[in-house]
Design a protein around this ligand. Structure first.
Ligand SMILES: CCCCCCCCCCCC(=O)SCCNC(=O)CCNC(=O)[C@H](O)C(C)(C)COP(=O)(O)OP(=O)(O)OC[C@H]1O[C@@H](n2cnc3c(N)ncnc32)[C@H](O)[C@@H]1OP(=O)(O)O
Length: 197
């Protein structure tokens, strides 16, 4: 059995401030104006936190259709040479989806995220990211997003299922994690099973 060794890459940055969830949820009370930067999810958010030097510091605005951002990946996000790592692209898209919550006015979290990498996302290259709500059914928000280059070519598309949660989801995350140790996944219900060795 391999002994677990601690991650030594922990950055020496200040950790998040005490979680001010009540303040954060209040920002949902008012529909934000269009074409003005929306507030980050919180200052240290990996996707959009301005105080996270290792994050993407995404700046997102609302328009009539949903939300959008102009963004470039850089050498911190490299996967194959000169190409953004697929996980970095997924991070940014997941976070972009999280900004649609300002247009919903309710809290929600990612349950399912699917990405089609249609063409490489190049480093140091400007892209426009767009996201909108495709449909809503009760707690289920079905979301869509694209990444487009300056020649109007769509290089990535994504869909997500976000589920509306109440504020307790964020106030008691450890409780929620232990409560979900044996979840039924959608694949359990519908998808193919891995063969046993
Ligand atoms: C405050 C400041 C910070 C707030 C900051 C917000 C920042 C956003 C940042 C970006 C977003 C993130 O990274 S969010 C972080 C990453 N995500 C997470 O940590 C979420 C972890 N997962 C969970 O905690 C849980 O699974 C929940 C809460 C998502 C769902 O649990 P649940 O409430 O028990 O839901 P469950 O009953 O299983 O499913 C609800 C319904 O959805 C359906 N359903 C479930 N999965 C699927 C699926 N793949 N495809 C279709 N349908 C599905 C079920 O069949 C069911 O339908 P029916 O029977 O009802 O019809």
């Amino acid at each position: 059995m391999t002994e677990h060794t601690p991650n030594t890459n922990t950055p020496e940055t200040a950790g998040p401030e005490p979680f001010e969830a009540e303040d954060w949820i209040r920002t949902f009370a008012v529909a934000p104006p269009e074409h003005v930067d929306l507030p980050p999810h919180h200052p240290h958010c990996l996707g959009c936190g301005p105080a996270n030097p290792h994050g993407h510091q995404l700046r997102v605005r609302r328009d009539a259709h949903g939300v959008y951002a102009h963004h470039s990946f850089d050498s911190r996000h490299v996967g194959a040479p000169a190409i953004a790592h697929g996980g970095a692209v997924a991070t940014v898209l997941d976070d972009l989806f999280g900004f649609l919550l300002y247009t919903v006015g309710e809290l929600a979290v990612t349950r399912h995220l699917a990405i089609d990498y249609l063409a490489p996302v190049l480093l140091d290259t400007p892209y426009t990211l767009r996201s909108h709500i495709h449909s809503r059914a009760g707690r289920k928000l079905h979301l869509r997003a694209t990444i487009e280059n300056n020649h109007a070519h769509v290089v990535t598309t994504a869909t997500a299922l976000f589920l509306i949660v109440d504020i307790d989801h964020f106030l008691t995350p450890r409780h929620n994690a232990s409560a979900a140790t044996a979840p039924t996944t959608h694949e359990d219900q519908q998808g193919p099973q891995m063969d046993s060795p």
